[in-house]
Design a protein around this ligand. Sequence first.
Ligand SMILES: NC(=O)c1ccc[n+]([C@@H]2O[C@H](COP(=O)([O-])OP(=O)(O)OC[C@H]3O[C@@H](n4cnc5c(N)ncnc54)[C@H](OP(=O)(O)O)[C@@H]3O)[C@@H](O)[C@H]2O)c1
Length: 386
Amino acid sequence: MKTIIILGSTGSIGTNTLDIVQRFPEEFRVIGLTAGGNIEKLEEQIRQFKPRAVAVSTEASAIELKRRCTGLPVDIVYGEDGIARVAAMPGAELVISAIVGAAGLVPTLAAIRSGKHIALANKEPMVMAGKLMQEEARKHQVRIFPVDSEHSAIFQSLEGHRLQDVRRLILTASGGALWTLSKEELRDVIPERALQHPNWKMGSKITIDSATLMNKGLEVVEARWLFDIPESRIDVLVHRESIIHSLVEYEDRSMIAQLGLPDMRTPISYAMGYPERMPLDLPSLDLTEIGKLTFSKPDHDRFPCLRLGYESLRIGGTMPAAMNAANEVAVEAFLNGGIRFVEIADVIRSTMDAHAAREIRGLDDALETDRWAREKADALVHALPH
Ligand SMILES: NC(=O)c1ccc[n+]([C@@H]2O[C@H](COP(=O)([O-])OP(=O)(O)OC[C@H]3O[C@@H](n4cnc5c(N)ncnc54)[C@H](OP(=O)(O)O)[C@@H]3O)[C@@H](O)[C@H]2O)c1
């Protein structure tokens, strides 16, 4: 029986994680949950999974949740500090890190520093402070298991092989909702259109990131730190069907890939059960039904965000954190109708141009960069003519 804590339990990854817990009640016990503001869903989860403690973003949410959960044996705390306390509470072996965005950095680091293994879906902290997270993980003898389907595929394709034999990592990209649109058509895309991902049902931020290809840019940075490999040896391949989740090429030119239907419960369960494979009662991949798989190169002209990911790594230090924060601000502005789809890349580009990168020596460098870049990106958003 593994005891677990889920950060971001009300989200897409969080609910998929709880689906696995529900399927394997003998294998997992949930002792802590955290959410942002979806009190209704969190209340349901408390009643079903009976965690010892939960945390929410605001005091108002905590007050409302306490009212709803009167008589239930659960501690309810709030704020960034409360979420970090639940992330670090004693008694858990594994923390599923599934908050969206930079908000996950402090609690994920708190979980690492308290010696818990991490199943990492929340890629933004790795982008902001990957080196620091890996150093802390080593110091506290913590393993970070990837949940992102691409990184899980690479992790699985590396199993039983020597890192020094790896030639390159190849991340596959679906291309997102807008891959077939021309540059002119991209100018007029509305959020509802960009949110229609062809293969995956995910939270809104990552779905927009998939449409801009910034998701792949973030994943290149994530892969750099998860697998300790320079960006010059990480490639991206557009594969619309999302069946091959990623590949590793070895020095003898042999390639090993991991395949499966696009269902996040497979990589989540692998990270949760490692090294065991959970017998998931899901449909099997039928390659005869799929017929053919297609591949193409990324289009940097229509989707410039992927290049920004590589560039942020080449510059290094605080630049990926600045890029990440600008992206979060720009995506939110797009979703709220404040900027055009194509301006997301412009806001990130201009924020990066204005940023003087410096080394990340500790958490404060990442957090301070995040604050600075948010202000800068916000000013850029408001300066755009609308
Ligand atoms: N979804 C996928 O299939 C997928 C695949 C690979 C990687 N990922 C990564 O996994 C992470 C989660 O993605 P998702 O799609 O599950 O996102 P999501 O559906 O939007 O869920 C996000 C979760 O984070 C919570 N949250 C949001 N802002 C917060 C804050 N400021 N403080 C505390 N909690 C906060 C939300 O709480 P409330 O809803 O209660 O407000 C929710 O529980 C992202 O980093 C994403 O890139 C996701």
